[in-house]
Design a protein around this ligand. Structure first.
Ligand SMILES: [Zn+2]
Length: 745
């Protein structure tokens, strides 16, 4: 075998496009070094927008047999995704194990010369996907319906691109080359296609609100239902006939049906039905696969319930329907046998594996299958998701084979315009003529704290689209957090001047101006927005607070809540301003009202937790905070607040458990000190309070708690020093002086 830069150039699909995989020395050797005996076939089922919030009640009602086995017998966790929650971008992150700036798929559409657009495809990808890596390692793949896979690349195995169902299942058939690889498989695969126009009214009735028989939406839904059945049948067929080492299938149905139904009367039934369809496909695949195959199930994000106070229209023809995407999806792994029959395994017991990111799937799956993990992949191999013998195998990392995307030759999908209309009908893309790829990438960089790269992208976006409010706002935030407040204020002022910009920018801008001691400027910005809306009153309140006019601030925040009763900004600030005067419980009514109107808005729930605790209701605080955490499972600040509520409710064991799961912060250390005090575990009290102390929390309470614990441990000199520091900070503490006397000081 020839080593070194052996390049393999492969013509795909009738020579229409090319990609090149170069194998650097080492990667194949690394892949080949893994014992085949400890590897498994893997099945990856992508369920767009699947969410435990929706699954759990359906499982409890006995409606999702396969997902309930996954929950009962598998390893499960929460998928935490970084916005923007754009499906092709995240599904490509999952398939490549790389960040968007490195895999290149950042939007639904790409711009073509001459102002047209086309759906994003495999030729826009900049890096190898798992199917390329499996193929290069000599393993077989079956890939079905995955985002951005047209034209189908040459692999060892089969790719059924995401253009297949739209082109073959609709009334108007427009058939491209490159729909599947190998092209010879087309005739066989085409027999599995379910035509949208072959679906009966009864077939579709379950997905539609009453009286919605002939709308555009019903045609869109028919296409999605047909695609789900088509891809399900094809994947099952591949599982039975080709037994690929990697079988991956993507289903869009939960996401699409959620968008069109979430706010519609009777919509819940349609969404439930979409979950049942996905569950059925998962069950079919489990039964068709070898029993010890590992089945990975994941979603790219979840979906907010209708009660989460999301303002955007979920099916807005021109708008950001992705506002409904919750950044928490699902992950689970179980054996095919467990999913097919409910048979439990002694060696692979159920466990909760916590939080996982889209970057972790590719490395974990490659490791499970015994294929080397590219060293370029920043994600983890999540061993907690895997059976013990695979988890114990040392990971093999090696540089990935070099991937050269096929050259662009002006080839456009035949259904490009239909695809645009379909995505518009679902609210994914707006009516603008240009792709949002750069804006999406800029947002992703911004949210991951990559400030320099984000700023560069944002300035490019703004250069091309000076009216882009979101880009101006993120630029302002990047400038503010990199210490350039003056420039940030200029960017905020530009955003405020744009149509609809003030709603998003004004409060932040006012806060920054006030923090910058420029109240006059804050007032000028507010004067630019002469409307009687909640956000304007919040901004006025912020200025009043800065001028210590607390009664005026209170009045402004209450007016804001009259205008918009679920405003988090207004309720949170009202609570703060009243708490300052020891009147926190006076804000409780307003906050409870907001929570009643939006019972699944996590920020309002967290605020209600704080407010109830301040009002002496630890049990009520616990309820609100537990619900908030169910909605935002990675919010450590909420977890710490829950710990505080549990301590106040004398539930020390539970408090220690929750606090133990939060990342270390001084607040957490103070609370752990308090919790351990009540269990009389004095050495732990000392450890945590000393840590809080060295982080600058030298309050009398912390010093007294520390001194008391040191006294119990017989550390008399240290105890006396702690009490003396406390007295120095707050002289009027007779009890502490008495203890000091006891210690002989
Ligand atoms: Zn999605």
């Amino acid at each position: 075998m020839r080593h070194g830069r052996a390049a393999t150039a492969i013509a795909i699909a009738m020579g229409l496009a090319l990609f090149v995989l170069q194998r650097p020395e080492g990667w194949l050797d690394a892949a080949g070094a893994i014992e085949r005996s400890s590897t498994r076939h893997v099945v990856l089922v992508g369920l767009d927008a699947a969410d435990w919030l929706a699954i759990d009640p359906l499982v409890a009602a006995g409606k999702l047999p396969t997902l309930s086995r996954l929950k009962a017998l598998g390893r499960t966790g929460v998928m935490v995704s970084t916005p923007p929650l754009i499906s092709p971008m995240i599904w490509t992150t999952i398939a490549t194990g790389l960040e968007p700036e490195n895999h290149g798929i950042t939007d639904f559409m790409i711009d073509l010369p001459g102002g047209r657009q086309a759906p994003v495809g495999s030729r826009q990808r900049l890096a190898p996907a798992i199917w390329n890596l499996f193929s290069a390692a000599g393993r077989r793949v079956g890939i079905v319906g995955w985002w951005a896979t047209w034209p189908a690349e040459q692999v060892r195995g089969t790719i059924v691109s995401d253009a297949l169902a739209p082109q073959l299942s609709r009334q108007v058939r427009r058939v491209d080359a490159g729909l599947v690889y190998p092209p010879a498989a087309m005739d066989r695969l085409a027999r599995a296609v379910v035509r949208a126009d072959a679906l009966t009214r009864e077939d579709l009735a379950a997905y539609l609100a009453p009286g919605d028989g002939e709308s555009d939406q019903s045609r869109t839904l028919a296409g999605i239902v047909a695609a789900t059945r088509t891809y399900g049948r094809i994947a099952e067929d591949l599982a039975r006939t080709e037994r690929p080492d990697l079988l991956a299938v993507y289903l869009e149905v939960i996401d699409s049906v959620s968008h069109v139904s979430v706010r519609v009367r009777g919509g819940k039934q349609a969404i439930d039905r979409a979950y049942e369809d996905a569950d059925a496909v998962l069950g079919q695949l489990a039964r068709a696969s070898e029993p010890d195959s590992l089945v990975f199930v994941c979603s790219d994000h979840g979906f907010y319930p209708p009660t989460a106070a999301i303002r955007e229209d979920p099916a807005n023809l021109s708008g950001p329907a992705t506002a409904w995407h919750r950044p928490y999806g699902i992950v689970g792994v179980a054996t095919a046998a467990a999913l097919a029959t409910g048979e439990s395994s002694a060696t692979f017991a159920r466990a909760d594996v916590g939080l996982i990111t889209p970057l972790d799937i590719a490395p974990t799956l490659l490791h499970a299958a015994g294929v080397a993990v590219s060293s370029e992949m920043p994600g983890r191999i999540v061993t907690a998701l895997l059976p013990a013998e695979i988890a114990a195998r040392p990971p093999v990392r090696a540089a990935a084979p070099k991937f050269v995307p096929p050259s662009t030759d002006g080839l456009v999908r035949a259904d490009a315009d239909d695809t645009r209309q379909r995505l518009q009908a679902l609210g994914y893309i707006g009516a603008t003529g240009s792709s949002l790829g750069r804006q999406n990438l800029a947002e992703s960089l911004f949210r991951r704290g990559k400030d320099a790269a984000a700023e560069r992208e944002l300035r490019t976006v703004i250069g091309a689209q000076p009216q882009n409010v979101a880009a101006q706002l993120w630029l302002a935030q990047v400038l503010a957090r990199t210490g350039r407040a003056g420039e940030a204020l200029v960017a905020y002022e530009r955003a405020i001047a744009l149509p609809d910009g003030a709603r998003d920018a004004l409060v932040e801008a006012t806060e920054l101006a006030v923090a910058n001691k420029d109240v006059a400027r804050a007032q000028r910005m507010i004067a630019l927005v002469p409307v009687d809306e909640a956000f304007v009153h919040v901004a006025r309140g912020a200025i009043a607070e800065a001028q210590r006019a607390f009664a005026i601030a209170e009045r402004e925040y209450r007016t804001a809540l009259d205008r918009e009763p679920t405003s988090f900004e207004a309720s949170a600030r009202l609570f703060d301003v009243l708490s300052r005067e020891g009147r926190g419980r006076d804000a409780l009514n307003a906050i409870e009202h907001a929570v009643q109107l939006a019972p699944d808005a996590p920020r309002l729930l967290a605020l209600a937790g704080d407010a109830r605790l301040a009002a002496g209701d630890p049990a009520g605080a616990e309820r609100a905070l537990r619900r908030a955490l169910a909605l935002v499972p990675d919010a450590d600040a909420v977890r710490v607040a829950l710990g505080r509520a549990l301590i106040a409710g004398h539930k020390t064991g539970e408090a220690l458990e929750e606090l133990g799961r939060a990342a270390p912060t001084p607040d957490r250390d103070v609370l752990l000190g308090a919790a351990y005090s009540s269990t009389r575990d004095w050495s732990h009290v000392v450890v945590h309070l000393q840590r809080a102390l060295s982080a600058g929390r030298a309050t009398p309470d912390v010093l007294n708690g520390l001194g008391w614990a040191q006294m119990q441990l017989g550390q008399r000199r240290e105890a006396a020093e702690s009490f003396e520091r406390s007295i120095a900070a707050k002289p009027d503490q007779p009890e502490i002086r008495r203890l000091l006397k006891e210690l002989g000081r």
